[in-house]
Design a protein around this ligand. Structure first.
Ligand SMILES: Cc1cc2nc3c(=O)[nH]c(=O)nc-3n(C[C@H](O)[C@H](O)[C@H](O)COP(=O)(O)OP(=O)(O)OC[C@H]3O[C@@H](n4cnc5c(N)ncnc54)[C@H](O)[C@@H]3O)c2cc1C
Length: 453
């Protein structure tokens, strides 16, 4: 790769090639052992830089990996040997437009900064992946990120009104915008939301904002088993729409306690955190339903607080679950989801897989969405343990598909699950996906190996 040629087309300092810098962009958060070191990293400062990189790469068939903050859990932003990792991390401008109740952000803006900018104008950007203090807004749009509030407020896609996208050949297109209702043309904007960097590079997003809501009550329910907790979730969500329904199993609770000492009950089999943000008396009515259904499923303990700080502390505990589990050893992180009534069968099946493969699987879940993160923990340097963990990883995806579910609810297919996509979608849909990819990126430069193999 003639990186000097590319460097000459870009502002000084945009291209990094020294070994330490490129090595830092080999992995994303998934730490895929198969990740490769890119030939160069370009830190774009403008849409023009992005366009220059893609025009150059497309003409020479050089792979380009778009990268936001690198918090991908599916290997979507990991490096490709001989390729360019195109980082958007320096494009961070955020402008709130209160009159239109929207925010325009450059892709590298951290999700938390977008939320904070909206809050300064008394507005709310709901999507809240647990990684919101790490992840970029462009990465959120590219993965259609979910989070804790999705159960009531939807996923990133529900807030995307417009985007500027640079196509594989360097062409810049603008899709959608400030108009709330707009059906002119095919819904191409939606095509790029969740496209995992394989169709274009997002260089600006326009996001809808809401008036803020206040959480009225947080309930923590302790169960003897994950199965009972899952049954309670199904029963509750059949009747009401809480604003948060998060679950942690025994292993996860103890990992959080070991790492951060948050005062969770170490003896519990499972813990479900539920919140209501219904206004006035409605919150008490929702909480009554939550408590009644938890009791009906044999909850051992129920604790409800109306103190927002105390409620936030429980949310913080849940958000700390993955970093806490990372201390136990190498992880394989699943993201399987099922239709809600199948949630108890999914968690029971995951328990069976852990036993059959003699491997440890911790569980946390955006349970109200039927979206679970079974986390397979194995022993570092133990090849046999890693093999069993990989078999369990496949078993869990097969289980979810068998229950009518998905291999990924929010993290994306990335490189780690690309070989599984046809098992879920079928060959015809994968072929259709390839035709879309070929139409937009005929040379196949954008994020090769992600989503499609
Ligand atoms: C502790 C932790 C908790 C997490 N919790 C959640 C959660 O609750 N919900 C959730 O959905 N995810 C979660 N994630 C996963 C991750 O944070 C999300 O997938 C996030 O959206 C990725 O954003 P990023 O900026 O880090 O993107 P990256 O990791 O840099 O990239 C992710 C993918 O998007 C593509 N991409 C990035 N930027 C662009 C762009 N501008 N244009 C085109 N393509 C682009 C990349 O090529 C890659 O395929 C978590 C991760 C961690 C580490």
């Amino acid at each position: 790769v003639h990186v000097d040629e590319l460097a000459a087309l870009l502002p000084p300092g945009a291209v990094l090639t020294d070994p330490a810098s490129v090595a830092a962009y080999r992995h994303d958060w998934a730490r895929d052992p198969a990740a490769e070191t890119p030939a160069a990293v370009v830190r774009a400062r403008s849409t023009a830089d992005v366009s220059t990189v893609l025009r150059w790469a497309c003409a020479r068939a050089v792979p380009v990996v778009p990268r936001g903050a690198g918090s991908s859990l599916s290997g979507g932003a990991s490096g490709v040997a001989g390729g360019i990792t195109l980082s958007l991390e320096l494009m961070r401008e955020v402008t709130v437009d209160p009159a239109n109740r929207l925010v325009v952000a450059q892709p590298g803006a951290i999700t938390a900064d977008v939320k904070a900018a909206a809050a300064e104008h008394g507005l709310w950007y709901p999507p809240d992946p647990s990684s919101f203090e790490l992840s970029s807004i462009g990465g959120n749009v590219a993965t259609n990120a979910g989070g804790l509030c999705c159960v009531k407020y939807g996923v990133t896609a529900d807030y995307v009104l417009g985007a500027e996208v640079v196509l594989a050949d360097g062409t810049v297109v603008r899709l959608g915008g400030a108009t709330v209702k707009d059906v002119a043309g095919l819904p191409l904007l939606k095509l790029f939301v969740g496209s995992e960097g394989i169709l274009g590079v997002i260089t600006e997003v326009t996001l809808r904002l809401l008036p803020p809501v206040t959480t009225s009550a947080t309930t923590v329910a302790v169960f003897h088993s994950v199965a009972a907790a899952a049954e309670a979730v199904v029963a509750i969500t059949r009747r009401i729409r809480p604003s948060v329904v998060e679950l942690m199993d025994h292993t996860t609770i103890n990992a959080v306690e070991d790492a951060f000492r948050m005062g969770l009950d170490r003896q519990s089999g499972a813990l479900v955190i539920l919140r209501s943000d219904a206004p006035g008396d409605a919150a008490a009515a929702e909480t009554a339903v939550i408590e009644a259904e938890c009791r009906a499923q044999g909850a051992e303990e129920l604790y409800t607080t109306t103190d927002p700080d105390e409620g936030d502390a429980f949310m913080h505990a849940r958000r700390s679950a993955l970093p806490a589990l990372e201390r136990l050893g190498p992880l394989l992180i699943e993201d399987v989801g099922v239709p809600l009534p199948a949630l108890p069968a999914l968690v029971a099946g995951i328990g069976d897989i852990a036993e059959a493969r003699a491997t440890r699987i911790a569980l946390m879940a955006h349970a109200g969405d039927g979206n679970t993160h079974p986390v397979i923990v194995h022993e570092a340097g133990n090849e046999d343990a890693r093999t069993r963990a990989l078999l369990a990883f496949d078993d869990v995806m097969a289980l979810a598909i068998g229950l009518g579910g998905t291999i990924t609810g929010e993290h994306g297919v990335g490189r780690l699950k690309a070989s599984w996509l046809s098992r879920q979608l079928g060959d015809d849909v994968v072929l259709l996906t390839k035709r879309v990819k070929d139409a937009l990126d005929p040379t196949g430069v954008l994020n090769p190996g992600v989503l499609l193999r």
